[in-house]
Design a protein. Structure first.
Length: 894
RNA sequence: GGGCGCGUAGUUCAGUUGGUUAGAAUAUCUCGUUUACACCGAGGAGGUCAGAGGUUCGAGUCCUCUCGCGCCCACCA
């Protein structure tokens, strides 16, 4: 064992050991307890970022913890096919070869994507291994696998037959760059500085002669002037007095195209916005679309798939939407119809994959009716069948679910699950797209012939499904659904889902809906929502800002365990995590501390420590105070750590372990153990406490705990990995509050002496004498019994303890509860300084005493507060009073 | 426009159902002896718990308002 801990070689070696022995689905116990978690499948194009690292560390901690508790654990890893993202990646690659996907054709292109996936798709999986994830790698899944694809088809057909899937022509979010529809969730709203363009539309009055006069205009305000090419009407609020005169008008003229526009009156129009006049463009705006339906207006689409203007735009044909915007403004200016533009900040949807501004577009798409699916999913959370940790996310979830809108699931890309819908070319009328089922065959397999006309010319739908349409089935599709498999029987519903808040709507809510719709049960019981990883300024980590902290860099620099420990220790439930590289030093230092402590223990294990149980040692009552104390502390710690892990307070668990290992075990116990290190009992305690400490920290720091554990002596038939050892059980008899209190006092005495030494600048090497005045005889024995610790750790030569100790003539003085401690200071004393110090101390104590006395004099407190609290205060008052009188006496003597 | 979260030591954060003297880590200062560890040890200093009011015997914790910061949702063209 070398001096400093070097994680790199250790990690590789250890992971290989686990993989070789297939510990990932090993059972440590004989119980039938099952535990399964749902991994948020990372995007197959992705590389591990800090969010993944956090998410998977959380899952791995819980999985390892449960496995050590004897649960049979199932943690299925995998990736999703990330339709748009993956297609973009492969298209980019083709572009570098100066090819377009259209040149290859659909089949060839998909072949290309698969090749890409085979080559690069396991990057993130390998990175998860470096993170130490103990997933069941033999069961890795991919959303495009045959099994999962089968589940997707099954679900589509089922939902269609239940009337929960329909096709219709509506305004959807369209990404002109990816040239596909997006769901509402995939359009990310971002505030941008736009403008309100004020444009004059000429009014044509009834019975009007000649051209309109210069007053015959109505001013329309729009943020997207280019869509005016598709205007079919203008609309004002009937209550708006400013536009009363429009009731006498017949029509208005659309500038440039000179189309006649209807004038409609509808309460929907907000008088406050813009000029109060809304231009109605049913094919390019959702509000206008509704108005169009209401008033039977024509839908004029003026754009192509890539958001360039189409032939209807006349002279603007072929221009990009933003180019057209400018050109139209210029034209209007020439015509004298442009009034002004006003700065206007508003939220505009952007494609979540390529960040292109979304264009609302009228097109035929497939939708899932969400309201009926939401009903059981809402109830489940309301009735606490599913619990969010922290609970506040329930509100967010319920709010979204109660206002849920239909889900646009069709995508106009090639990579994904092709929609299992077939059209009979004979009887299907592709002009009538709204709810027309004639000639539409929805089937898992391609039908031989049309059931209506027996025609055999049948073509499959070109669109593919939203990637989330496969992800939302993950909890059961990965277990073999729709087959009735053993896994489903044993592991569904799963126990826990850990994820960040950003995919609650995308994924969590939909999984719950799918769980009820297809399994009749919730997919999981607990949802642990952790924060989002940000940089130390609170910004999301992103490539464009360049503030990414790469977990693999951190692993290289500090080690995986350091990464895991550090990030977990700062992840308070539900709070976002602000990271900087510095924060990983904590974990690295901790690993190093543990390593060195273990070296110390190992080099001192001279006796045969195997086969002696701590229980027996405790029972026979021959352990010295320090040995007995650390056992008690350990079991207390283990209980607390278990409690924290059960309630998803992983940071508390990590910090409790840190506190125990560093401060209780290393700082105090190891130092004390040096006094009796030659004794077998002490060695047995050292060994067992270290070994069990390794076990409770194993879920958080799997590599170093395993490495040290491997180097410890073991019984011959012992398990070969800490990973499958048992979690220390709570044992009441091993905890001892009396010894806890005694040692706490001894420790405080030591600290007090050290304090006085520092205060008086007593040479560190010098041994000194101390005297302690106690109030009870038992305390005399207690301190005498444990004086070796005081002598050693505070560098004390002689200790005088009794109830009658008098303060020596010149002495440093301290009060610990009801005992007084004196350090004779012959030769070094500075009386004035000590006087000042005592005075300050007395003042401080008096202030506290006053507060306590005031409270005790208050009738309300004595009468209304619980007796326990009142007694506590009374006791405190007594202690303060004795402290003060003692100090005053000392001061007088000085 | 609606909803949520956060303002605690120089800095980064903990603080369970209100209850003894508000805790860590890090930075800083002093010192450094000892059979693991300088990625270390000992000791010190550092807080009007954002502000104002209220409930209570008792508030960092509960309520109301104000100020500052962040996030999510939403078809105001």
């Amino acid at each position: 064992m070398s001096n400093a801990y070097d994680p790199k070689e250790v990690e590789q070696k250890i992971y290989a050991l686990w993989e070789k022995n297939k510990f990932f689905h090993a059972k440590t116990g004989t119980d039938k307890k099952k535990y399964s978690v749902v991994i948020p499948p990372p995007n197959v194009t992705g590389i591990l970022h800090m969010g993944h690292a956090l998410n998977n560390t959380i899952q791995d901690i819980l999985v390892r913890y449960k496995r050590m508790q004897g649960f049979e654990v199932l943690w299925m890893p995998g990736t999703d096919h990330a339709g748009i993202a993956t297609q973009n990646v492969v298209e980019k690659k083709l572009k570098a070869e100066k090819k377009r996907k259209e040149d290859l054709g659909r089949e060839k292109f998909i072949e290309n994507v698969w090749q890409w996936k085979e080559k690069y798709g396991s990057t993130i999986i390998n990175q998860l291994k470096r993170l130490g994830c103990s997933c069941d790698w033999d069961r890795e899944r991919f959303t495009m696998d045959e099994g999962l694809s089968n589940a997707v088809k099954e679900v589509f057909v089922d939902l269609y037959n239940r009337d929960l899937i329909y096709r219709g022509t509506y305004i959807i979010n369209w990404c002109p760059r990816c040239r596909t529809a997006l769901s509402d969730e995939e359009a990310e709203h971002m505030d941008i500085d736009g403008a309100f363009y004020h444009i004059k539309y000429p009014i044509i009055r009834k019975n009007q002669q000649g051209n309109p006069t210069k007053d015959d205009y109505v001013v329309v305000a729009t943020t997207r002037p280019e869509t005016m090419l598709g205007d079919v009407a203008i609309c004002v609020n009937p209550k708006d007095k400013r536009y009363k005169h429009l009731k006498d008008a017949q029509e208005v003229t659309l500038p440039i195209l000179n189309r006649k526009l209807k004038i409609i009156f509808d309460e929907e129009v907000d008088v406050e916005v813009g000029t109060g006049v809304l231009k109605v463009t049913p094919a390019h705006d959702p509000v206008d679309f509704e108005l169009g339906k209401k008033y039977g207006l024509e839908e004029i689409n003026v754009m192509n798939e890539d958001a360039t203007i189409n032939a209807i735009g006349g002279e603007f044909e072929g221009m990009d939407r933003f180019e057209a915007r400018e050109a139209i403004i210029n034209k209007l200016k020439q015509m004298g119809l442009f009034v002004k533009s006003e700065v206007h900040r508003h939220a505009v949807g952007h494609c979540y994959r390529c960040n292109t501004m979304v264009e609302p577009r009228l097109s035929p798409q497939w939708f899932v009716k969400m309201k009926p699916l939401a009903v059981p999913a809402i109830k489940a959370v309301e009735k606490d069948e599913i619990n969010f940790y922290p609970k506040r996310w329930e509100k967010v979830y319920l709010n979204w679910m109660n206002n849920i809108r239909d889900w646009c699931i069709s995508r106009q890309i090639w990579w994904g699950h092709r929609i299992p819908v077939y059209y009979c070319q004979n009887c299907y009328d592709d002009k009538d797209l709204t709810d027309n089922r004639r000639g539409v065959i929805v089937s898992k397999t391609k039908p031989e012939k049309c059931p209506e006309c027996k025609g055999t010319d049948i073509k499959q739908e070109e669109d593919v499904l939203d990637t989330w349409f496969s992800s939302w089935l993950w909890p059961f599709s990965t277990m073999g659904w729709p087959q009735k498999t053993k896994e489903l029987h044993e592991f569904y519903p799963t126990s826990m889902l850990a994820t960040a808040q950003d995919i609650i709507f995308f994924w969590v809510a939909r999984m719950i809906m799918a769980g009820y719709a297809f399994m009749g049960k919730a997919p999981f019981k607990d949802i642990y929502i952790h924060g989002i990883v940000r940089d130390d300024k609170g910004r999301k980590m992103s490539k464009s800002i360049g503030n990414i902290i790469d977990p693999l860099d951190i692993i290289d620099k500090f080690g995986t365990d350091a990464l895991r420990f550090s990030i977990i220790s700062i992840t308070a439930q539900g709070q976002d995590i602000f990271l900087s590289e510095k924060k990983f030093e904590v974990g690295r230092n901790f690993a190093n501390k543990l390593w060195n402590a273990s070296r110390f223990v190992k080099m001192n294990l001279k006796e045969d420590v195997i086969g002696v149980s701590l229980e027996d040692l405790v029972k026979c009552g021959k352990l010295n105070s320090a040995d007995r104390w650390i056992i008690s502390r350990f079991y207390k710690t283990a209980d607390e750590v278990s409690k924290y892990l059960e309630t998803y307070k992983l940071n508390d668990a990590a910090n409790r372990i840190y506190e125990f290992v560093w401060h209780e075990f290393c700082d105090w116990y190891l130092e004390m153990s040096k006094l009796t290190i030659e004794q077998k009992n002490t060695q047995v305690v050292l060994y067992n406490i270290l070994e069990m400490s390794l076990r409770i920290m194993h879920p958080i720091m799997p590599f170093i705990s395993e490495e040290i554990w491997q180097g410890l002596p073991k019984e011959e038939d012992a398990k070969i990995s800490i990973m499958v050892s048992l979690w220390p059980k709570s044992k009441k008899k091993m905890k001892d509050t009396v010894i806890d209190k005694k040692m706490a006092l001894i420790i405080e005495i030591i600290q007090t002496v050290r304090n006085i030494r520092a205060n008086w600048k007593i040479e560190p090497v010098k041994f000194i004498d101390i005297a302690i005045k106690v109030t009870q005889d038992e305390e005399v024995d207690m301190i005498r019994d444990n004086q070796i610790y005081i002598k050693r750790l505070a560098r004390v030569e002689n200790i005088t303890v009794s109830t009658t100790v008098e303060k020596p003539e010149h002495a440093g003085v301290a009060v610990i509860g009801d005992l007084e401690l004196f350090v004779p200071l012959k030769g070094v004393i500075d009386i004035d300084r000590e006087k000042l110090r005592l005075n300050d101390l007395i003042d401080e104590l008096k202030k506290k005493l006053n507060l306590v006395s005031d409270r005790l004099e208050k009738g309300d407190f004595v009468n209304k507060a619980p007796e326990k609290i009142v007694n506590m205060e009374k006791e405190r008052k007594n202690v303060l009073e004795t402290e003060i009188s003692g100090l005053e006496k000392n001061l007088a003597q000085l």
